[in-house]
Design a binder for this molecule. Sequence first.
Ligand SMILES: N[C@@H](CCC(=O)N[C@@H](CS)C(=O)NCC(=O)O)C(=O)O
Length: 215
Amino acid sequence: MITLHHSPGTAGMTPHLLLLEMGLPHRIHWLDTRAGEHKSPAYLALNPSGLMPALVDGEAVVFETAAIVLHLCETHPEAGLAPPVGDPLRPAFLKWLVWLSASLQSLVPQQFFAERLVAPGNAAGAAEVRAQVQQMIAARFDVLEAEFARHGGPWVLGERFSALDAYAFMLGRWTRAMPRPARTLPHVGAFLQRMLDRPAVQRLFEVEKLAQPWI
Ligand SMILES: N[C@@H](CCC(=O)N[C@@H](CS)C(=O)NCC(=O)O)C(=O)O
């Protein structure tokens, strides 16, 4: 049985959505973040960074969202959520997977927790960092918008639905309260709406008990 260690609405949404899309039996261990469970010795034994998510699949313990995505896609190729090695779309899949993680997701905590990047009590500095990072995130979404405009397809890879769509959906959702939400972009906004129609996404919101607005 696969166990996903997760907290509603956080980065584990991507693997959670993939588990639902793939129809894989799994259980979720909801981390009690208010009690600091993600910093507890038991959780640090799974993810020494004390960050969510972590996935336990038999003997395998996987942390980092992108690594979990790859693990699920590679151990369940029958789900068809990643182009296999040799497929002409494989390089694009790898490129966008790493881009979503390294070039986009990595910016988001910096705007949610801008206080961590300045000296204690420097509220003005934190506000400045937050505003700058929000602009950087908006610029990264412009890159994704341009990719959708270039290929003209409904999904990140064009005509093929893939695990990238789960990841891009979560990141787009995270901008919903930022000055320039991803939903306001013509192509990315339409993509986010399209994702909301998927039964697995509806189930995701139900299981995670997330309130509107969803994107
Ligand atoms: N690169 C990591 C980032 C994970 C991450 O930052 N998770 C956040 C929730 S979205 C977290 O655990 N935050 C708790 C903290 O910063 O203490 C991944 O993709 O798994």
